[in-house]
Ligand binder design. Structure first.
Ligand code: HEM
Length: 189
C-alpha cells in the first residue's frame, strides 16, 4: 500500500531531519529561540500549504480545512509575541504541479503531527510553559491524532492507482523532506 511505501521510502530523510531538529531543540532556552523554530516551520509549511491548496480541496479530502497548519503556526508565533515571517518561495519548495505531488507534500506535513507531540512536550518542559501557549501547532490534533492519521492514510491508499502514480507521490514526499532539511540547515538559532 502507498502509505506503507511512503513510510519506508522516506525513512532516511525523516531520521536525518529528526536528528537535526532534536539537536536544535535541545539548545532552546528562551521563548525567542522557540519563536525562531516556529518561524522555520511557518515559512516552509505556509508556502507549501498555498501550493497544495491549488490541487487539494474538501472535494479530494473532506476534512482538509481542519488539517491546515499555517494558521496554528502564525497564532503560536503571535501569542508568544512574535510576528510571522515571509514564507519561502521558488526553488526552496518542492515541485507541486498536480494532486499526486500535493498529496506527497501533505503526507510530510500531516506526519509532522506525530512527532509534534514529542516536540510540544520538550518545549513545555524546557520553557516552563504550563498553559499551552504557543504549542497549538505541535500539539496537532491532540487526542484525535491517531484517528486523523489513520483517515489520512486511508485516503492516500486510494489516490494512486498504479506504481507510476505511487512513485510521483513518494518522490514529492522525499523532495518535501529534502527541501525542509535545507531550510533547517540554513536557519539560524
Ligand atoms: C524532533 C522531531 C521529530 C520527532 C521526534 C519525530 C518523531 C516521529 C515519530 C515517533 C513518528 C512515528 C509515530 C507513530 O508511528 O505513531 C513520526 C512519524 C512521522 N513523522 Fe516525525 N518526528 C519529528 C519531526 C518530523 C517533522 C519535522 C516532519 C515533517 C516535516 C515529520 C514527518 C513525519 C512523518 C511523515 C511521519 C509518518 C511516518 C509514517 O508513514 O508512519 N516528523 N515522527
Amino acid at each position: 500500500m502507498l502509505s506503507e511505501k511512503l513510510k519506508t521510502e522516506t525513512l532516511t530523510n525523516h531520521q536525518q531531519l529528526e536528528k537535526m531538529l532534536v539537536t536544535r531543540m535541545k539548545s532552546i532556552r528562551s521563548v525567542q529561540d522557540y519563536i525562531d523554530l516556529l518561524q522555520l516551520f511557518y515559512s516552509y509549511f505556509g508556502a507549501l500549504e498555498t501550493r497544495i491548496n491549488t490541487f487539494i480541496s474538501a472535494e479530494q479530502l473532506p476534512d482538509y480545512t481542519h488539517r491546515r497548519k499555517s494558521a496554528a503556526l502564525s497564532k503560536d508565533i503571535s501569542d508568544l509575541g512574535g510576528t510571522p515571517v515571509e514564507t519561502v518561495s521558488g526553488d526552496s519548495l518542492p515541485e507541486i504541479e498536480n494532486a499526486l505531488q500535493a498529496f506527497g507534500a501533505l503526507y510530510v506535513i500531516e506526519g509532522s503531527t506525530l512527532g509534534g507531540k514529542i516536540i510540544a512536550k520538550m518545549m513545555a518542559q524546557q520553557l516552563g510553559i504550563t498553559n499551552g501557549t504557543g504549542l497549538s501547532f505541535f500539539n496537532g490534533y491532540g487526542d484525535d491524532s491517531a484517528q486523523m492519521w489513520d483517515k489520512f492514510k486511508q485516503k492516500l491508499d486510494l489516490i494512486a492507482q498504479d506504481s507510476n502514480s505511487e512513485n510521483i507521490v513518494i518522490e514529492a514526499a522525499n523532495q518535501t523532506f529534502t527541501k525542509f532539511k535545507l531550510q533547517a540547515g540554513h536557519s539560524t538559532v
